[in-house]
Design a protein around this ligand. Structure first.
Ligand code: 6R9
Length: 654
């Protein structure tokens, strides 16, 4: 064992949380499951053969010669193969006689504002958009920045790019002009697709002025293609062209050309904690293979009968892989919802589930904890008996939130799949299979068939059952990032230098006594208290297991005695009263659940937590508060006023 001295890196992650609950798959789901336990054995016996069979689900214009060319850390999958992603996601379903099948039920934020797109509709829209891009001079390999709200033109634009082989870079609608500008510059985009604005929390919010500001200094952007969504007034410039004019007058016929399996498909920027954003590059054949296979396996998708809803923003990788590419490749019927869960009321999500008879719901722990805070009575008002599989992504799901989700949303019937993956992995890597796994609340369980993930110690050796360490991936996988756009060295340094021959994910993890994997948050967030490495996730889960707590964020703050001390920020449940001794009550609860070492030094009750647009808690900012520093860069916050609300709470806790 490594020495337990504060400050040394040689530290195992303490393993504090115990969880004994298990949820077996429902018998009917298990009996009809798309993927059964034998998939693990098949993939273990012949991993590349397994992925080749997954690739055969797609339609290739030319079959690949070699499954994998691995020149560490640079991978090429399905070498020599050629396919068109838009053809796979759209045309082939139409050709197979499923043109009238609904691809998207689009639900706008203003009530009553909805639109249905069949696969045939999608085909003509994508073709028109592809022809429009060509008219604007966009060619194969060119980069296109997309800055749109959650409207049908967003997936249509992405597919139009993929169709002609242009590389899209979708930027979250909430990002500032300078964030947009740096992404446009890094990728050297020649076109920006945007809208006048989008609807958010019941009001139109402008996008176009941000684009105008961003492109004022990017001379290589030849055109800005503008969708009219809100009809708010905008300033027009010479470079502007309007979707309604340009796209609408195009032919709805376009012959799709096949692209190389390794042709770049998209760049998606991850902010990272420091430095300039990393442009994660994904390519064509491997990406579509793994997103399609995992979408089918992890959600047990039955395309004929399921209505699938992933609530993520398409500007996040979850939306790319599990609203656009995976579901469309599988011919699914999906819901896209434009707005926020509390507009115009806090039951909006459940109203949408009821309206479209959603069968599979994929959302994030941050949303689930918010629903817990709002109270059980809200979902109880809606008929959600159609739901049969629930998914979670984005952060570790606290066991209590998992159980609440299963019970109050899933009517105690539905399996919950906790899916671990990253922008960099492109598709789900670690997750239960709903018809196979006896799932434990809070655990991502096992690597999917074909994925070789491990929990390793500081030296890169597998930890035994019961041990904690770092999550690493030992073998390349089809949808892995190929590099950081324009910066191979940064790709090597960031992901492949921590452990010899292994991908370093940057997450802490533990393997429990049964060998199942639990994710414990970002390694940067791990706290070192009196010589013990303690994960923020476990302390947060202990806090959330108290009946009065809906959400918690924990950070380590410098402490003269213990090196770091645990400081907790908690949001109480809707019906909980903030009593004078709540802090003491919660500190004792944590001590009882995890042991005295994990007892927070300080507990602050706050109204909100700082989160990114994809719902991840920004602990870095809370650390600034806990250590009495001025708060750092808040540009990627979903709501930048949150930090003021938290700082206001501070004196009362001292
Ligand atoms: C898909 C996505 C990646 C980071 C990842 C990890 C965290 C995502 C998780 C999870 C625990 C899960 N994360 N899913 N942690 N359990 N099921 O979120 O991509 O935005 O790139 O974030 O999110 O820390 O490293 P991305």
């Amino acid at each position: 064992m490594a020495p337990e001295t504060p400050g040394t890196e040689n530290q195992a992650l303490s393993n504090l949380l115990r969880e004994n609950r298990r949820f077996a798959p429902p018998a009917d789901l298990a009996a009809g499951a798309n993927v059964t336990a034998s998939a693990y054995d098949e993939a273990a016996a012949d991993r590349l053969g397994f992925w080749e069979r997954a690739a055969e689900r797609l339609s290739w214009s030319k079959r690949w010669d070699t499954a994998l060319d691995w020149n560490p850390p640079f991978a090429k999958w399905f070498v020599g193969g050629e396919l068109n992603i838009a053809y796979n996601c759209v045309d082939r379903h139409v050709e197979a006689g499923r043109g009238d099948k609904i691809a998207y039920h689009w639900e706008g934020e203003p009530e009553g504002d909805s639109r249905t797109l069949t696969y045939s509709d999608l085909q003509s829209e994508v073709n028109k958009a592809a022809n429009a891009l060509l008219e604007l001079g966009v060619r194969k390999g060119d980069r296109v920045a997309i800055y749109l709200p959650m409207i049908p033109e967003l997936p249509i634009s992405m597919l139009a790019c993929a169709r002609i082989g242009a590389v899209h870079s979708v930027v979250f609608g909430g990002f500032s002009a300078s964030a947009l500008q740096s992404r446009i510059e890094d990728a050297d985009a020649k076109l920006v697709i945007t809208a006048d604005g989008g609807f958010r929390r019941g009001a139109p919010s402008a996008l176009k002025p941000t684009v105008d500001e961003a492109v004022a200094n990017t001379p290589n952007v030849g055109h800005v293609l503008v969708v009219r969504r809100t009809n708010q007034e905008i300033t027009t410039h010479e470079r502007d062209v309007f979707w309604n004019d340009l796209v609408e007058r195009q032919s709805d016929k376009h012959e799709a050309e096949a692209h190389d399996a390794e042709h770049p498909l998209f760049i998606l920027y991850t902010s990272g904690t420091t430095g300039k954003p990393k442009g994660i590059l994904h390519t064509t054949g491997g990406y579509l293979t793994q997103t399609a296979w995992t979408h089918d396996a992890v959600f047990d998708l039955k395309p004929e009968t399921d209505v699938y809803w992933c609530t993520a923003d398409i500007g996040w990788v979850t939306g790319h892989s599990y609203i656009v590419y995976g579901p469309l490749a599988n011919g699914a019927t999906s819901v896209i919802y434009e707005g926020t869960p509390d507009t115009p009321h806090r039951g909006r999500f459940w109203e949408v589930v009821q309206k479209y008879q959603v069968t599979i719901l994929y959302t994030a722990p941050t949303a689930i904890r918010t629903f817990m805070k709002w109270g059980d009575d809200i979902p109880a008002k809606f008929d959600m008996s159609s739901l049969r599989v629930l998914g979670s992504v984005g952060e570790p799901i606290n066991p209590e939130a998992y159980v609440w989700y299963r019970e109050h949303i899933g009517g105690n019937r539905t399996p919950v799949v906790d899916t671990w993956w990253q922008t960099e992995t492109g598709a789900i890597m670690i997750s239960p299979l709903p018809g196979v796994t006896d799932a434990k609340p809070g655990a991502a369980m096992r690597p999917l068939p074909g994925i070789v993930a491990d929990v390793v110690d500081d030296l890169g050796n597998s930890v035994p059952n019961g041990g904690g360490g770092f999550l690493a991936i030992r073998e390349p996988w089809p949808s892995m990032l190929r590099t950081i756009w324009g910066d191979d060295q940064r790709y090597i340094d960031t992901y492949w230098s921590r452990f010899e021959g292994m991908y370093f994910a940057g997450d802490g993890a533990k393997r429990d006594d049964d060998g199942d994997i639990w994710l414990l948050g970002r390694v940067d967030d791990v706290m070192l208290v009196s010589g013990h490495n303690i994960s923020t996730t476990e302390v947060e889960s202990a806090l959330v297991s108290h009946p009065k707590v809906a959400e918690a964020a924990v950070v380590g703050a410098t402490d003269p005695v213990t090196g770091q001390a645990i400081v907790s920020f908690v949001i109480l449940r809707g019906d909980a009263e903030e009593s004078a001794d709540i802090a003491a009550e919660l500190r004792n609860h944590v001590a009882k659940t995890l042991g005295p070492i994990a007892k927070p030094r300080q507990i602050l009750v706050v109204p909100e937590l700082p989160k990114t647009r994809s719902g991840k808690i920004m602990r870095r900012l809370l650390r600034d508060v806990a250590e009495n520093r001025s708060v750092g860069d808040v540009t990627t916050l979903a709501d930048s006023t949150v930090m003021n609300l938290i700082s206001e709470k501070l004196p009362s806790a001292k």
